[in-house]
Design a protein around this ligand. Structure first.
Ligand code: 13P
Length: 294
């Protein structure tokens, strides 16, 4: 099937679970994630990070992920992760991305609203969904430390969604990108309060290295899109390192094949944990989806 927008994916379900969103950086990551989606019969969101796109190329990844979607009956979204500038967003839309994140979390509130709204106007004209961010997410992405001032304010989140028209909202509830230096300490009360005020799907960034019980609780309280990058990179790299220690072969199936398999196995575990396993075939195309976006 063709790539779906985030909104089309969300609107095609009438039950709550979280969809796994994985950052993919090359062919093996994309194939490993799609092999997991097939094995789990799960919908999936393939993400390319704005920073990483300088390495892997937006056009290359768009072509790979577009093919991945066309080669399966499962619902697949292609999402640009953490874009901070409009020019990259426009290039991603032109390359075929069906969802984009505008990360204005570093901006003063009014500026974040104004720039996010502009992105929404442009993206919606092309039937592309937009994820916004309010409150900032600590960790490797922006080199911020978790602190109370960064957390999403529920009342402000409600206003932000109304004023911008975003299709999904990334929240800051104590989550951070990369590995946690202290055990993850998510503010579930805050998450419940945001969920009570915001109708669009909620996104959790920094989904690696969080204990399973906390992940389940975050999903039960309303997280719908769950982002994972670091855990997958660790699985890929550890498997590749181990295989290179075992073999003298320079053949890609003998080396990169092990890394692809590790991506698949880890992605399967995340899908099972998030509750999206078994949901792939249950997605229904709401007829008005495209109209709503336009
Ligand atoms: P992790 O690297 O912590 O899994 O975070 C991924 C993410 O949120 C990408 O936007």
């Amino acid at each position: 099937m063709a790539l779906l927008s985030l909104k089309e994916l969300y609107n095609g379900y009438d039950t709550h679970f979280a969809v796994a969103a994985f950052n993919v950086h090359n062919l093996e990551y994309a194939q490993g994630v799609m092999m997991a989606a097939e094995a789990e019969n799960a919908p999936v969101i393939l993400m390319v990070g704005a920073g990483m796109s300088k390495y892997c190329g937006l056009g290359w990844m768009a072509a790979v992920c577009k093919y991945a979607a066309e080669d399966t009956h499962l619902p697949v979204v292609l999402h640009l992760d953490h874009a901070k500038d409009l020019e990259l967003i426009v290039r991603a839309i032109q390359a075929g991305f069906t969802s984009v994140m505008f990360d204005g979390s570093h901006l003063p509130y009014e500026e974040n609203v104004a720039q996010t709204r502009r992105v929404v106007e442009i993206a919606h004209a092309a039937a592309v969904s937009v994820e916004g961010e309010l409150g900032a997410i600590a960790g490797v992405e922006d080199d911020l430390q978790v602190s109370k001032d960064l957390l999403t304010d529920p009342a402000q989140a409600e206003a932000f969604v109304r004023e911008t028209g975003v299709d999904a909202l990334a929240v800051s509830i104590g989550n951070r990108h990369g590995l946690y230096q202290q055990p993850a300490d998510l503010d579930f009360q805050r998450l419940a309060a945001i969920k009570g005020r915001v109708e669009v799907p909620l996104v959790l960034h920094g989904g690696s290295d969080i204990p399973d019980a906390h992940v389940r609780r975050a999903v039960a309280l309303g997280i719908w899109k769950y982002n994972v990058a670091t855990d997958l990179k660790i699985a890929f790299t550890n498997a590749l390192r181990a295989r290179l220690g075992e073999t003298d072969s320079c053949e890609p199936p003998a080396t990169l094949g092990a890394a692809r398999e590790a991506v698949k196995e880890l992605a399967r575990k995340k899908m099972q944990l998030l509750g999206c396993s078994g949901q792939g075939g249950r997605w229904k195309a709401p007829a008005q989806n495209r109209e709503v976006l336009r």
